[in-house]
Design a protein around this ligand. Structure first.
Ligand SMILES: Nc1ncnc2c1ncn2[C@@H]1O[C@H](COP(=O)(O)OP(=O)(O)O)[C@@H](O)[C@H]1O
Ligand SMILES: [Mg+2]
Length: 158
């Protein structure tokens, strides 16, 4: 059946903050799909998530490199952006399943990549009114009922 939790963000820093809190309950092997239109805040979310895992340096969009990896508290953080890939075979070529074995993966535009990803731990959807407004609605959903409580506590959601 699955569950979903919704929180609001009023600024880029608020999005980074809630992402950092979610990172606090992430585990090695987790795969997180980030959804939302261009400019929604997926990379901004990834920046906060990385900080929450102790990544010190800057986290920039992997749009052109497809994959960036950062050493982190859980092994390595694998940050992927599949926006430019137009064939599922190209996503499969990235070998995400192997990459995530010793770390955590964040996949922007991950909906397209789902068949190549294997099990997805959480899906983070970022929606907003757009048009220069900073308000976003961030919905975290997952299947594993046993992990709902810790995510709710981390996000301060019910
Ligand atoms: N509440 C918010 N959360 C995240 N980003 C926001 C928010 N409000 C404004 N922004 C801005 O929206 C843009 C999001 O860009 P980015 O994270 O690269 O999006 P995406 O990776 O989804 O294309 C940034 O310029 C960021 O400063
Ligand atoms: Mg991005």
């Amino acid at each position: 059946m699955g569950w979903s939790l919704r929180v609001c963000s009023a600024s880029p820093d608020a999005t980074r903050e809630l992402a950092a809190r979610l990172a606090g309950v992430a585990r090695r092997g987790d795969v997180i799909v980030l959804r939302g239109p261009l400019g929604a805040g997926k990379t901004t979310f990834a920046q906060g998530f990385a900080r929450g895992l102790g990544v010190g340096g800057p986290v920039t969009s992997p749009t052109f490199t497809l994959v960036r990896q950062y050493p982190c508290a859980l092994g390595q953080l694998v940050h992927v952006d599949v926006y430019r890939l137009d064939r599922l075979a190209e996503v499969a070529d990235l070998g995400l399943a192997d990459l995530v074995e010793d770390g955590v993966a964040l996949v922007e535009w991950g909906d397209v990549a789902r068949p190549a990803l294997g099990a997805v731990t959480w899906t983070v959807s970022i929606d907003g009114p757009g048009g220069g407004d900073d308000d976003r609605v961030v919905t975290v959903s997952g299947e594993d009922e046993t992990r709902r409580g810790e995510v709710a506590a981390a996000l301060g959601a019910r």
